[in-house]
Design a protein. Sequence first.
Length: 627
Amino acid sequence: MKRPATVIVLAVLGCAIAPIDAAETKPTVKTPPASSVLSTLRRSHPRLLLTETDFARIKKDVAAHPRLKEWHADLLRSASKMLGEAPSKYEIPDGLRLLATSRRVLDRVATLGLAFRLTGDRKYAERAWIELDAAAKFKDWNPKHFLDVAEMTAAFALGYDWLFSYWTPDRRAAIRDAIIRHGLTPALDVYSGKTRSGWWAKAEHNWNQVCNGGIAIGALAIADEQPKIAADILAAGLQSIQLAMAHFAPDGAWNEGPGYWGYATMYNVAYLRALDTALGSDFGLSDMPGFSEAGTFPIHMSGPTGRSFSYADSHEGTIRAPQLFWLASRFKRPEYAAFQIQNARPDAFDLAYYLPGSEAGAGTAPLDRYFRITEVASLRGAWGDKDATWVAFKAGDNKANHSNLDLGVFVMEALGQRWAVDIGADNYNLPGYFGKQRWDYYRMRAEGHNTLVIRPDATPDQDPKSEAKITAFHSKPERARGVMDLADAYPGRAKDVRRGIALLDRKTVLVQDEIRGAAPDTDIWWFMHTPATIQISKDGRGARLSLKGKELQAYLLSPAGAKFAAMDAVPLSTSPNPAKQANNKGIRKLAIQTKSVPESRVAVWLVPSDGATPPKPPALTPLANWK
C-alpha cells in the first residue's frame, strides 16, 4: 500500500540503505510452509483488505455517519480530479528511484477503485484501467530500488482485486501478467538469493515491511490462478517480515523515527490485513511482542501543536496514519482511532480501515512516556491544550537505520510554538549521503542537533557506532525527569557525559549536562536550534526567544563563567562543509561554549513567558540524585 501524502514527516523516502545484518534476529512465529499456506484461500474477489461484505458495510456507514459521509465526498473529489490527469510515465528523475511514480499509481488506483466500488460509476474504473495499462507496459518496475517494485505491485494487486468483476478477461490477464513479470518474479529472485540486490529480505527496518507487504499483496491477488509462485512468495515473506516486526518490542516504538514508523506500519498492517481477508489468519504475526503498542508511539511523539519529534532522517510534521484505525480495532485501543480522527486528511485507506465507534471510550494517556530499547521519551504539561509545554528527547543507537549522530537531542514546544527543533534530513541524493560522506553533512552531525559537541574537529562528532540509554525516568504529578548516559558517544573526548531533562511544574524545562572530559583542556559546545529570533541579555546569562508573538526565556544557570551566544545553523570552523547541503535558512541556534575545562555542569532553564511573574530558578542537584 502507499505512503499517503498526508504523512508528511519524512524527507524523501526510499533511500538506498546498506543492508543490516539480521544475524541477531530470528523468526519466532511458526508459520505454514508453501505446501499449505494457501489451504484457506478465499477463492472469490475482492479479498484484499476489503471483502464484498466490507464494501457493503462501508456504503451503509457512509449513509449513516456524518464523518464518513464527509470522507466519502473527499474521496470522490480526489477521484474526479484524477479523471483529467495524464497517466503516469516511467520516470527516474534522480537516476535511482521510480518511487514517486509507483506511489502515484497506487494513490490513483486505490482512490479510483474505491470510488467505483462505492458508487458503481464506470468512469472511475475506466480511469483506473488507463493508469494500470500504462504502468503494465513499463519495461520494469525498477527492481534495483525494490521499494518501487513493492509499491507498484500493491497498486496492481488492489486494482486487480477490487475491480475484478468489472475487468474483461483480457484486462485481467494484462494486470495479472504485469504483477507476475514485474513484481513476483523479481521478488522470488530475492527470496531465493539469485540477486545481489535482495538484501531487504534480511533487513530489520522499513524496507522489509514495505517490500514484503507489497509483494505479498500481489501474491494474494493472483493466488488461485498462480498458486505455486504465490505460495513460495508467501512462505518466504512470512519468515522474513518477522525480522523487522521484532523491533516493535517491547513497547511499540520504532528506532527509525516517527516518519518511518508511519511507512513501516502502513505496509506491515496492510500485510496482516490482507492475510486475514484472503486467508482468514495472519498466523499470529500481529501477536508478536510490542506490536499491539505500536499506536502509542505517534501519540507520545507528537507535541501539542501536532508536529512530531523528527529524529533520524525525517522532517517534523503531523503523523497521519490510516493504519491506526486497524490497530485500534484489532487491539481494542480506541485512543489510536481518536488520534487518527484528530489528524486525518482522509483518503481511501481511512475509509477502508475505519470502523465507526472504534474511538469510543478513548481515555487520557499518561502525560509522560519512556520507550525502552529505542530509548526515547516525552514529557507533557497537559493533553488537549495546544499551549502546553512538551519536551521529547532521545538517547538511542547511532547504528540504527536512518540515524543521525544525535544522541541526547531534544525538542520542545510551549505556547503553541516549537522552540527547540530538529531540522531533519538533508537531500538523500547528496554524494555519499548513505555512505562514507554521511557524517560530513551538518544535519547528520551532532552539531546539527540539540545536543553536545565535545572537542570538535573534522571527524564524526559522535561515535557512529555508539549507543546510549535513558538510565533514569521519573514521572510525578508536579514534575517529570529523565537522565541519559551519553558517554559512549564521545570516546576519547570525554570520560563521562550525562544529560538530564526535566519538566518542572509541568511548564518549564531544565536541561542539565554533566561532562567530565578526557583531557584537562576539553572544549564543549551546547546547541539548541530554533526558528525564533534570539536576543541575548547584556550579561550573556539570559536570552529572549521570540516567535510569532510569543516569547521563551532562557536562563544559563551553570557554569558561572559561561555566556549564551546566537549562531547561524552552519558548521563550526573545524567541521567539514560539503557543497550542496541544505542552508538551514530560517533556523538559528542558541549556543554555549566552555573552553579548556576538565569538567563542567551546563544547566539551561527554558521558561515560557505568559505575562506572569517569572518563577524562582530551580536549585541544581547532581543528576545522580534526580528523582
